[in-house]
Write a protein that binds this ligand. Structure first.
Ligand SMILES: [Zn+2]
Length: 207
């Protein structure tokens, strides 16, 4: 397969803010004044830093209760997986599937895909550059949708406020989950997709 020449190899750099193309030797955009980077500086380091932060936040998000319900004096706490099991027992298979998909399948796939992308720019991988670029778009797109869990808890808490009789409150896992989603979104954003087009075996550091 013939490789396309990247802008960096051609001695060109595009402004990240206004897209104006410059010679690689120019340090600031002549049109908008933004600093020019052929590749985002410290892209991979930042990807991994946010990735680890996201993973650390994801652990308590699964261990602590997502939802605490209080009904006539009985307090009931539910973790994400516990909530899914309860929903299945109650017969709400559809909702259980959505919650399971949004809070278990999507976050774990995101961790795996971001790690794969970050590793694949340093080592040759079996997947073509186009497919990996597509994966990156998918990751960026689904980022906001994994917040569905937090929305569900927030909605329930707002709706079910029947005073002393019953109440629904978000548990500590809700905040951890929101943080985890935010961190993985930042991790995906820190990844510079232009790195995909550089040869896997690089002669200079990734920065
Ligand atoms: Zn510019």
């Amino acid at each position: 397969m013939t490789r396309m020449v990247s802008a960096r190899e051609a001695g060109l750099v595009a402004c990240n803010r206004c897209e104006l193309v410059h010679e690689a030797s120019i340090s600031h955009c002549e049109r908008c004044g933004a600093r020019l980077h052929s590749r985002k500086p410290f892209s991979l380091q930042r990807v991994w830093a946010w990735w680890v932060a996201g993973l650390i936040a994801y652990i308590p998000a699964n261990l602590y209760p997502m939802l605490t319900t209080q009904q006539l004096g009985t307090v009931h706490s539910e973790t994400i997986v516990g909530g899914v099991i309860t929903l299945i027992e109650l017969g709400s298979i559809g909702i259980a599937a959505i919650i399971f998909f949004a809070s278990v399948v999507v976050p774990i796939s995101k961790f795996l895909i971001i790690a794969f992308l970050a590793i694949s720019v340093l080592r040759p991988s079996g997947m073509s550059a186009h497919s990996r670029l597509h994966l990156h778009h998918v990751i960026e797109f689904i980022g906001r949708w994994s917040m569905i869990d937090v929305f569900v808890v927030a909605l329930l808490a707002a709706l079910v406020q029947l005073g002393a009789a019953a109440s629904v409150e978000p548990g500590p896992a809700a905040a951890c989950f929101a943080l985890s989603v935010a961190f993985t979104m930042l991790s995906a954003q820190a990844f510079d997709p232009r790195l995909i087009w550089d040869a896997p075996v690089r002669k200079e550091p990734a920065t």
